[in-house]
Design a protein around this ligand. Structure first.
Ligand code: BES
Ligand code: MN
Ligand code: ZN
Length: 500
């Protein structure tokens, strides 16, 4: 679906969406169309529940008095209702609506009510971005789909006075859509296509934006002593990889922010094998890594004025004659030993070495890891918030604020010494699961914290409930969400990036 910005014109054809404020107050373009169609818009409103509330839509087919094929009224609510996320949701729902009505050209005419708290060009660009994000579709493996079953909208045009300014704004924020789509594709791909080496190869594509991409194979990781990560991958015929992506767009000498991702390309559970039902979901157990890769994509594509290092640990967790056994003891790069009680608690083992490596080689000012780490976080928070754990209030607050603004929300959960004790082992420095049955997401975070050096500000985001959605979301169709890409971008742009 293409995006265009045009000057408003009353003579457009196609599906024209016009804005209505709360209490059925037609905004100027809607008013003009109502006149042209001899009151069709008002009559349609009167015969429906449409009141102009934020996000409502109502369509009229083939109205007379105009060449427009279909008029869609869209509610923008009260002047104070509209923010960036609301604008994105409006763009998204109009695209869904037009696709449902087999429309090809969707024109959204921007009219904001007096007193709206968002600039017209920002609103316009967000409508376009929301529409674009919602238009995502992973259909490369459908060979038999009839053309009439496919989405029809080929162009979303935003018609607004001063379209050039909106266009310029979209040139900046629209880059998020490319990064989100990149991440969604990686997450949606099956594990016979995306495995550690092929995912590392996809990371290399970021070099076209000037992002430096380094790949470490098993030999290099063995030299570094990454026994925890390598133990997870040892049952797989696929070679484990560690990918380091650096974007140094910030001041010389600025310590980097580092982003670390869990990249388990498939998680069978290993010898502690998972039940068959739903196991296919574990192709997206690399969602943390994919979010980090997408964030690096976006930061480097938009030439962010910041130094950022993204590190992803890529493995496949398989049972085999060579797989790690429950009870095995591995030595991590940090030198700490780990008793692997459950081979299905593998993400923390991968992150242990990736986190240690990142701190040792890049001395970051802050480190954020993302991982589809525990089923328990789904039970605790559902699909509304990612779980956040942090050793630093300032970083936690920055992430919470970035979550609210980007719509990719996080909710902080506690860490503490009594939880930490749960992972003490009788024969090694720690074990990879807690003794009790409770607080599985917290004990997992405690495990990670043991690999944070000194007071390095660190936050862990457990995104197990967020990386994939079984239902459509406002700007993300059912499937891979790319949760984290926009959150990390927001965190960095609001807090770490040098301002012009
Ligand atoms: N990848 C899973 C967590 C997961 C579960 C992600 C559901 C997405 C949806 C992780 O590796 C795992 O298996 N965790 C175990 C830990 C347990 C063995 C302590 C879990 O949550 O059951
Ligand atoms: Mn697992
Ligand atoms: Zn896993």
């Amino acid at each position: 679906m293409k995006i265009a910005f045009v000057e408003p014109s009353r003579f457009s054809t196609g599906n024209v969406a016009v804005m209505v404020a709360e209490d059925r107050k037609l905004l100027p373009t809607a008013k003009a169309l109502d006149k042209q169609t001899k009151g069709a818009l008002k009559r349609a409103m009167g015969a429906s529940r449409f009141t102009g509330k934020k996000g409502q839509t109502l369509s009229i087919m083939a109205p007379s008095g105009t060449r427009v094929d279909r008029i869609t009224l869209v509610g923008v609510g009260k002047p104070g209702d509209i923010d960036m996320l609301a604008a994105e949701a409006i763009g998204a729902s109009l695209v869904v609506d037009a696709n449902g009505a087999a429309q090809k050209a969707l024109v959204v005419v921007v009219d904001l009510p007096d007193g709206a708290k968002i600039a017209t060009e920002e609103f316009s660009a967000r409508v376009a971005l929301g529409g674009k994000l919602r238009s995502y579709r992973f259909d490369k493996y459908r060979t038999k789909e009839k053309p009439d079953a496919k989405p029809t909208v080929d162009t979303l045009s935003v018609a607004v006075k001063g379209s050039a300014a909106a266009q310029r704004r979209y040139a900046v924020i629209g880059k998020a859509a490319d990064a989100v789509f990149f991440t969604r594709d990686l997450v949606a791909e099956p594990a016979n296509v995306i495995y550690p080496e092929s995912l590392a190869a996809r990371c290399k594509e970021l070099s076209k934006f000037g992002c430096k991409v380094e790949v470490l194979g098993e030999a290099a990781m063995k030299k570094l002593g990454m026994g925890a990560l390598l133990g997870v991958g040892q049952g797989s015929v696929r070679e484990s990889q560690l990918v380091v992506m650096s974007w140094m767009g910030g001041p010389k000498g600025q310590k980097p922010v580092s982003l670390v991702g869990k990249g388990v390309c498939f998680d069978t559970g290993g010898i502690s094998i998972k039940p068959a039902g739903g196991m296919e979901d574990m192709k997206w157990d690399m969602g943390g890594a994919a979010a980090v890769i997408g964030a690096m994509h976006l930061l480097s594509a938009r030439k962010a004025k910041v130094n950022v290092v993204g590190v992803v640990g890529l493995v496949e967790n398989m049972p085999s004659g060579n797989a790690q056994r429950p009870g095995d003891v591995v030595t991590s790069m940090s030198g700490q030993t780990i008793e692997v009680i459950n081979t299905d608690a593998e993400g923390r083992l991968v992150l242990a070495d990736a986190l240690w490596y990142t701190q040792k080689t890049h001395n970051p000012q802050a480190i954020v890891d993302l991982a589809t780490l525990t089923g328990a976080i789904v039970i605790a928070l559902g699909h509304e918030y990612a779980g956040m754990f942090a050793n630093n209030d300032d970083l936690a607050n920055k992430l919470s604020a970035a979550g609210e603004k980007s719509g990719e929300k996080v909710w902080r959960l506690p860490l503490g010494e009594n939880y930490n004790k749960e992972i003490n082992s009788d024969i090694a420095d720690m074990k990879n699961v807690g003794s009790g049955r409770g607080a599985g997401s917290i004990t997992a975070a405690q495990f990670l914290e043991r690999f944070i050096i000194g007071r390095t500000p660190w936050a862990h985001l457990d995104i197990a409930a967020m990386a994939w959605s079984n239902k459509d979301l406002p700007t993300s169709p059912k499937g891979a969400t790319a949760y984290g890409v926009r959150l990390l971008n927001r965190l960095i742009s609001d807090n770490y990036e040098a301002k012009e």
